[in-house]
Design a protein around this ligand. Structure first.
Ligand SMILES: C[S@@+](CC[C@H](N)C(=O)[O-])C[C@H]1O[C@@H](n2cnc3c(N)ncnc32)[C@H](O)[C@@H]1O
Length: 443
């Protein structure tokens, strides 16, 4: 593709994302590229990176465009503004190289577009007059919650959340040790380093794609953020236990827990979404997991009633705003609305109440979100414990040496005996996660 064709494709992709505001942008991008198989891998990466750059900087680009008098932030203006403010293009280069017109390029700038973009030429993306939410790149309605969470660390936390995330892998101990997996990947040109906290993790240092390697195809590694690995570690799923992964999705944490169990005992992956659960089948097979079953939860589920009080571990990896994953899903930053948060908080409460019934006395309920918002995290735990005096938290620090090994550093920050763990990109290099482990007291 020519540079101008890449710009045109980024504009087209952004328009597709704008057209479906309730669908995740990565799903839209997958469809976009699937319908255009002629776009090769490096062009695809360049187009997606530019579109993602725009989405990541959307609040600031909107601010600049409004200041320059644009009546609307169209995909053409957004990409033009990104090229000028974030990618260092000048106006002349923009007109000749990005909007030249012709068959595979964006149409020339209209006079009004040119007038707006000319005002941005030579400017930097950040400006001292930006209001605080724009300067920090956090929507205004979420800012008080972020401040409550991070306090004086807010600028560092916000800055870390707008960086692209690293690519983390979890070594599948059913197939290989961490050293063996690292060697297998290196033999195929994929360099990695051990993750700092998770004893199962490898962080890819280069840019070689992993999913095409034999190591991946043969199930030696799975793609999984170190934060997710830490959640699965803290579930402390041991060989022989009965484990329920209540919000299993496509089984990311089911796989990790099954490996920790050495395939011994029983693990049930539940979810209300049949397509998501179906996505787990191939991954479980590739990972060599044979102690897992899947269960689709339906309203008034008798399965759950029959299994009340039977599980040693129940993990609730709850649906949430995903405010901890903005590095990977930058569209969530601009798409999540206050009413979404209210609905998620309500759903989390219901899920917790239902999942708690499955835990045997002496067993554990593990609650996790990839959100950093207090009402989805400790707020949810406080409400749950007020209603359920038979559950009490175990400090993650106390569990850590057992689940991760004496040598693994604890991803602290909340205090040594804090009743829950909060992971954050600026402190741990992981996505933002909240994890609480609650033990059900015997009657
Ligand atoms: C954060 S995702 C889970 C990700 C998954 N555990 C993993 O590690 O890949 C939350 C999941 O909760 C599921 N979910 C939503 N409402 C639910 C409910 N009422 N009961 C159980 N699962 C639910 C969603 O379908 C979604 O797959």
């Amino acid at each position: 593709m020519t540079p101008a064709a890449r710009v045109a494709a980024a504009i087209e992709l952004l328009a597709a994302v704008e057209a479906e505001p309730r669908r995740p942008a990565d799903a839209i991008a997958n469809d976009y590229f699937r319908a255009r198989r002629f776009i090769g891998a490096s062009d695809r990466r360049a187009v997606a990176e530019r579109a993602w750059g725009v989405i990541r900087q959307r609040l600031r680009l909107d601010w600049w465009l409004a200041r320059a008098g644009a009546p609307a932030a169209t995909p053409r203006l957004l990409v033009g503004a990104h090229l000028l403010l974030a990618e260092g293009w000048d106006l002349e280069g923009l007109e000749r190289g990005a909007f030249p017109g012709g068959r595979f390029a964006a149409a020339p700038l209209a006079p009004e577009e040119r007038r707006v973009l000319a005002r941005l030429a030579g400017q930097a993306l950040r400006h001292p007059e930006m209001p605080e939410p724009v300067a920090l790149n956090i929507p205004g309605w979420l800012l008080p919650r972020f401040r409550a969470r991070f306090g004086a660390d807010l600028p560092a936390a916000a800055a870390a959340l707008e960086q692209p995330a690293p690519l983390d892998l979890r070594v599948n101990l059913l197939r290989a040790s961490r050293a063996e997996a690292a060697a297998a990947l290196a033999a195929e040109g994929v360099e990695t380093v051990p993750t700092p906290y998770s004893p199962w993790g490898l962080r890819v240092t280069g840019r070689r794609p992993v999913t095409g390697t034999r190591a991946f195809r043969e199930g030696l590694v799975e793609i999984q953020d170190e934060g997710s690995q830490i959640v699965a570690l803290l579930a402390d799923a041991r060989p022989g236990l009965r484990v329920c992964d209540y919000c299993a999705g496509a089984g990311g944490k089911t796989l990790a827990m099954a490996a920790a169990m050495g395939n011994k005992g029983r693990i049930v992956a539940c979810d209300v979404s049949a397509p998501r659960l179906a996505g787990a089948v191939r991954r479980l097979r590739r990972g060599g997991v044979d102690n897992a079953e899947r269960h689709l939860l339906v309203p008034g589920d008798r399965w759950a009633k029959r299994r009340a009080g039977q599980f040693d571990r129940v993990l609730v990896d709850a649906p949430c705003t995903g405010t901890g994953t903005w590095r990977r899903n930058p569209d969530a930053r601009i798409r999540t609305r206050p009413e979404d948060l209210a609905e998620l908080v309500r759903r989390q409460r219901e899920i917790l109440a239902a999942a708690a019934e499955l835990v045997r006395p002496g067993g554990r309920l593990i609650y996790a979100t990839c959100s950093v918002l207090p009402e989805e995290d400790e707020g949810q735990m406080q409400a749950f414990m007020a209603a359920r005096g038979d559950f009490a938290p175990i400090a993650p620090r106390a569990l850590w040496p057992r689940v991760a090994g004496e040598a693994a550093p604890f991803p602290g920050a909340c205090g040594e005996d804090a009743p829950w763990l909060l992971l954050a990109p600026h402190r741990h290099g992981t996505d933002g996660f909240f994890v609480a482990v609650l033990e059900r007291r015997p009657p």
